[in-house]
Design a protein around this ligand. Sequence first.
Ligand SMILES: Cc1ncc(COP(=O)(O)O)c(C=O)c1O
Length: 389
Amino acid sequence: MAIADPSKRLQAIPPYKFQELEQQIAEKRAAGIDVISLGIGDPDQPTYPHVVKAMQEAVADPGCHQYPSNRGREEFRRALAEFYDRRFGVAIDPATEVIPAIGAKECIYNLCFAFLDPGDVALASDPGYPVYTGGPILAGAEAELLPLVPELGFAPDLTAVPADVAAKARLMFINYPNNPTGAVVPDGFFELVVSFAREHEILVVHDNAYSETTYDGYVAPSFLATPGAKEVGVEVFSLSKGYNMTGWRCAAILGNPEAIQTYWRLKTNVDSGLFEAVQMAGVAALEGPEGPLQRMNETYNRRRDLVVSALREIGVEVNAPKGTIYVWAPVPASHTSTSFCELVLEEAAVVISPGSMYGPSGEGFFRISLTTPDDRIEEAVERMREHLS
Ligand SMILES: Cc1ncc(COP(=O)(O)O)c(C=O)c1O
């Protein structure tokens, strides 16, 4: 074995897919090709000015310069609790039912280490955010894929989970509004999840990364608003997407106090908490005016309509998503996800992501991200129309 060889656990998961995509784009750009990337879901607009201002003030405050406590600043925990009450009608005890996370990604990954042992299973939406499968494998456990069934509104069929798998499952990852399908939670699904989790004693982790990015008057609920949810679950709330704060690493876990205590116990061993200035910026985001968020959603709505109508013009049957920053669409019949995305890259110099990147049930689909300025999206759809019609 060579000194830089990765561990068997690391070898067991494929390289993080977006990195391959970034490399492909860099190579094409280096060759002088004007590539438009609709691949990665990273908001193109800056963080809202009142949040930046709060950060500038907090950075200058020596009170924010030392190791943060992993419990989080009281101001941030209180702001999250008040936001959950106001926005979702969910009561959160700021002392025991919420702590900060250094991004939802960190939180999901560390939850795997906090709750999974070899032999345990985590149930993971397929297609889904890659950490739902990579996290359990890195923790030495297994990820069991739950296919999202289009006929069930991109929810998994919980009655199809084999009894022996349910018996070994300790965690279950779900996510609505959903990446990559753009689906919103079907009526009654959260209730089914609560009773399934109760029956099999599984901790539900609802990844609430996109609740603030919705269209057509749809208002996304919190999983924690479901009766009984707090007894079986936690929710990971991220400020990354709604507040254009992906680079800030600002998130939180809320819900079941015992589960949060276990996550805290793990975290105190592996990191030193979220920079307190970022927590204060998070307070400004949660307590600030709603105008910037509304305008951001209007922008995504406009881009969504542009993409959906261009795709329909070239014969792609696509539903307009009610939430998230993604359009999820079927590839033309003669293609696989990968062959279609390669064709679009070669012919139109537009990067879109193959659905298979998000799990085997994503095969046959592609994902377009709306996080590119309007003129570039217009140019991209124009190129696709020209080369693929
Ligand atoms: C479903 C989902 N969860 C979590 C994340 C990561 O969020 P954060 O930036 O808070 O780590 C993403 C980012 O794309 C996502 O799509």
